[in-house]
Design a protein around this ligand. Sequence first.
Ligand code: F6R
Length: 249
Amino acid sequence: MKIIQASNYTDLSHKAANIISAQVILNERSVLGLATGSTPIGTYQQLVDWYKKGDIDFSKITTFNLDEYVGLGKEDVQSYRHFMDDHFFSYINAAPTSLHIPNGKAADMEAECTRYETLISDAGGIDLQLLGIGHNGHIGFNEPGDAFEKCTHLVALNNSTIQANARFFHSIDDVPTHAITMGIKTIMQAKKILLIANGSDKQNILEKALYGPVTPFVPASILQLHPDLTVIYCYEANASSSKNKESSC
Ligand code: F6R
């Protein structure tokens, strides 16, 4: 496990973008696992900047996002598909057919989970998986529970996640109650994992995840067992409004 302390949110974003960029430069056909949320926004902005400068070519990558809300599609501004288009996909030269996100509007959720898992294995698995961490230790939408869920599956979001994500919706009642998420096995099969955490509010859970017991009650704790995990963190004052922050840790 490599643990890197960033000096501020911009530094965290540059470091994370550097690792993703190196991955794509070393293997232009990289399969990237991607995350949404506040934390990776600066990372995507940095990658877009380097793309615009001609420093990086995304034309041959394939991507798989971790998760999507059930009931939301591309046209819904709160969908993760919309988020990815807005922050990353619309600005780079990746082939649209190579950019995968679970279909939150699929008629048959079980079939959609199987389809997604098969797509990932048909692509040869994920080379580099980007992760954020929830306040309850979730990764993707793998919520704390009695067991580590294995593959892509349908999940009921717990209250703390619904409350944390309410900031992106008009009201808490609009936050979907279910999502499709890659499972822990899917995530752990990635060849490399890059976990980013920003904000003093993430310090407690990140320390539990990295140094506490490996338990499904802290889903991110399983990452301790991954052979190639890099963690970049910055305990800035407030992670929830981390867009473009310059302040020091
Ligand atoms: C998003 C995702 C979530 C977030 C986590 C942290 O695709 O999988 O696990 O990474 O909720 O979110 P932020 O970055 O908003 O604190």
